[in-house]
Structures are given as structure tokens and as C-alpha cells.
Design a protein around this ligand. Structure first.
Ligand code: MRU
Length: 348
């Protein structure tokens, strides 16, 4: 499986496959400054925890390129990083990548130095993500039985990363090994990342996929039609709780109730030891507009209120294992998270 063209540095701009347009149109946007990139992240032209982190890392290069090299250069540059950090609150990859770029920046002198060092660091983050995806794919595939039917939620594929995915990296590898018979993809209300993006990716890879409304998932699990649930994550807390797209928690409840393994695939860049438990994770709240209409058609009476959280928290106790590039945390808990971050191998 080759990486998807999710994001690519073009020398003076960051080219993004515009995910708002998929699956109908495969169009690209070139972000030449931090404002256009911040808007692309906020509006989900680029999305998924690892992808927004890497996009922000290249955003730091754009910040250095587009800031005057006069006396205000350092403050101007840092203000642009703050703008990127203010785009979305839940995925920790964004903050890790920005902090990393800040450290790189503080070690540099001239603007030219900074641009070179920031670009090298962004390239490293991208290739580390590709390597992590490959390892996650191999480790995760090792957990699946032959002829497995798996259920996934949102899009944790190549579109959500530097190009290979996390949950879908497992699916791609398992498919190559002949272990997958079919994938069910939750449509993922309200922005339909599962219906629009996961199905697009899987069809492109020749993998059979059925899309279902989120509300049908529990029945599918209860009826014994799912061998494993595999999802991605936006943040793994120190105790193994995870945040992922809204609707993940009910899947974990249903899987636990019916004895189906519930796997989370997430690179170490998604781990956040500074967040003690899932309760501390800031959950992004999104606009009424995402719920109130479908295309031109109004869905909500004007008087209706709304609640539109983009993510939910799944407690570690409902997760069978977290698959990262350095091993499989089974069970995910404070001890296994601490060990994996300390470099202890946890290969099953
Ligand atoms: O709002 P999104 O589309 O950015 O949400 C993405 C998810 O919730 C993914 O499951 C998560 O980022 C993991 S991506 C490998």
C-alpha cells in the first residue's frame, strides 16, 4: 500500500488533498501562509490527529517563510505558531508537533537557519509517522483471526495521517495477509468521515466495505457479525483512556457487552502523559451549522438548541488493547502506558 497524497511540501507551500470535497472531487489546495493552513485545519480540509500535527509542523515552516526577518521576527513567528495551536483542541499531535517546532526554532539563529531546520524537522515527523503506521499495521494484523469482519469509526486511514493510517493501516496489512473478509464503516455523523473518506480509501484499495448509520453499529455487534472493532485516537491519557471521534464510546460499550475485542490504533505521537485521565481531555465543540442543515435543506427548527461535541472519551477499561508502533498495550493502563513511553518493548 502506497501512502495517500494527504499532504505534501511543495517547496514554498503545503499541498493538501481537500478532504471536504471527497469522495466526489479529488482536488488539492496549496496553503502558502499560516492563515490559509489554520483555516484548512479548522474546516477539516486536512484532519485526523497525526495529519493535523504534521500539517502544523509544515505550518511552522510557512510561519518562518512569511514573517519579516526584521527585529520582530521571533515574536511574529511565535504568534503564528499560536494561531496554529488555536485551531483544534483535542488531538494532542497538533500540540506535540508545534512544541517540537518551537524547540527547533529556539536553537536557530537567522531566519534562513530557522527555515532549514524547521523543514528538516517537519520532514522527519512525516517519515516517523509513515514508519509508525507500518509498524502499527503489522502489530495490529497479528491480533486478527483469518476471515475477520471488522468495524471502524470515523477515518483513521491514510487521509488522517502522513498517508498510511492507524486503524486502517491494520486493515490494509490484514487484507494483504488474507485475514479480512469485509470492513464495516460507521458513517460518522455529522461530518461523515466514515461514509465519505473511509469508504473512499477502502474502495481505492480494493477492500469490500459496507457503510452503516452510527446508530446501527450496536445491533451489528450484538448479532455476532463483527469480529473486532478497530478505531484511531486523538489523545491517549496517562491511564490509557482515549479520546476519539464522537460515537466511539458507544461502540466500546457495545463491544464490551457482547465480548467483541475493541482495539485502538495510535502512534506514540498521540500519547499524552501530561493528561492524567480522559476526564481532563478538552473536547472540541463544533457549530450548530453542522447539525442544522443537510446541503440546502434545513434539518432543525430554528428554535431547537444543539449539542455538537466532535469527540468522546472511552475509558481504558473498555479497551482490549492499544496498538502503537512500539508494541501492544494489553491491557491499556497507567503501567503499560508508562512502560511504552519509557521504551519498554511490549510485543505480544
Ligand atoms: O474530526 P476529525 O475528522 O479530525 O477526527 C478524526 C478522528 O477522530 C480520528 O479517528 C483520529 O484522529 C485518529 S486518526 C489516525
Amino acid at each position: 500500500m502506497d501512502p495517500l497524497p494527504t499532504l505534501k511540501w511543495m517547496g514554498d507551500s503545503l499541498r493538501l488533498l481537500d478532504q471536504r470535497e471527497l469522495p466526489g472531487n479529488e482536488v488539492y489546495i496549496d496553503c502558502r501562509d499560516v492563515d490559509s493552513l489554520a483555516s484548512a485545519i479548522r474546516t477539516l480540509a486536512v484532519r485526523g490527529a497525526p495529519a493535523i500535527g504534521i500539517a502544523a509542523a509544515y505550518g511552522a515552516v510557512l510561519a518562518a517563510i512569511t514573517t519579516d526577518s526584521g527585529p520582530g521576527f521571533r515574536e511574529g513567528f511565535l504568534a503564528k505558531l499560536d494561531k496554529l495551536a488555536g485551531t483544534r483542541p483535542t488531538a494532542v499531535n497538533l500540540f506535540h508537533c508545534i512544541e517540537m517546532q518551537q524547540e527547533v526554532f529556539h536553537k536557530t539563529g537567522s531566519r534562513e537557519d530557522a527555515i532549514k531546520a524547521l523543514l528538516g524537522s517537519a520532514d522527519d515527523l512525516l517519515s516517523a509517522d509513515l514508519d509508525a503506521s507500518r509498524s502499527i499495521g503489522c502489530l495490529g494484523a497479528g491480533l486478527l483471526e483469518p476471515d475477520s469482519t471488522v468495524l471502524t469509526h470515523c477515518n483513521a486511514g491514510g487521509l488522517a495521517t502522513a498517508g498510511l493510517g492507524t486503524a486502517l493501516a491494520v486493515v490494509y496489512e490484514a487484507w494483504d495477509r488474507g485475514l479480512i473478509s469485509k470492513v464495516y464503516a460507521d458513517e460518522t455523523r455529522p461530518l461523515l468521515q466514515g461514509a465519505r473518506l473511509t469508504s473512499w480509501e477502502l474502495i481505492r484499495a480494493g477492500i469490500p466495505v459496507d457503510v452503516l448509520p452510527d446508530s446501527a453499529a450496536a445491533s451489528l455487534i450484538r448479532d455476532g457479525r463483527i469480529d473486532a472493532v478497530i478505531v484511531g485516537s486523538d489523545r491517549v491519557a496517562a491511564n490509557g483512556d482515549i479520546a476519539n471521534k464522537i460515537g466511539t464510546y458507544p461502540l466500546a460499550l457495545a463491544a464490551s457487552k457482547h465480548g467483541v475485542p475493541f482495539y485502538v490504533a495510535a502512534p506514540l505521537s498521540t500519547f499524552d502523559p501530561a493528561t492524567n485521565t480522559g476526564a481532563e481531555i478538552i473536547i472540541e465543540q463544533r457549530s450548530r451549522a453542522e447539525l442544522s442543515s443537510f446541503g440546502e435543506r434545513q434539518l432543525l427548527p430554528t428554535e431547537a438548541g444543539y449539542w455538537n461535541p466532535a469527540f468522546d472519551v472511552t475509558p481504558a477499561t473498555l479497551i482490549t488493547a492499544i496498538i502503537c508502533e512500539k508494541g501492544v498495550l494489553s491491557p491499556p493502563c497507567r503501567r503499560t502506558v508508562r512502560n511504552i513511553l519509557a521504551g519498554v518493548d511490549m510485543f505480544l
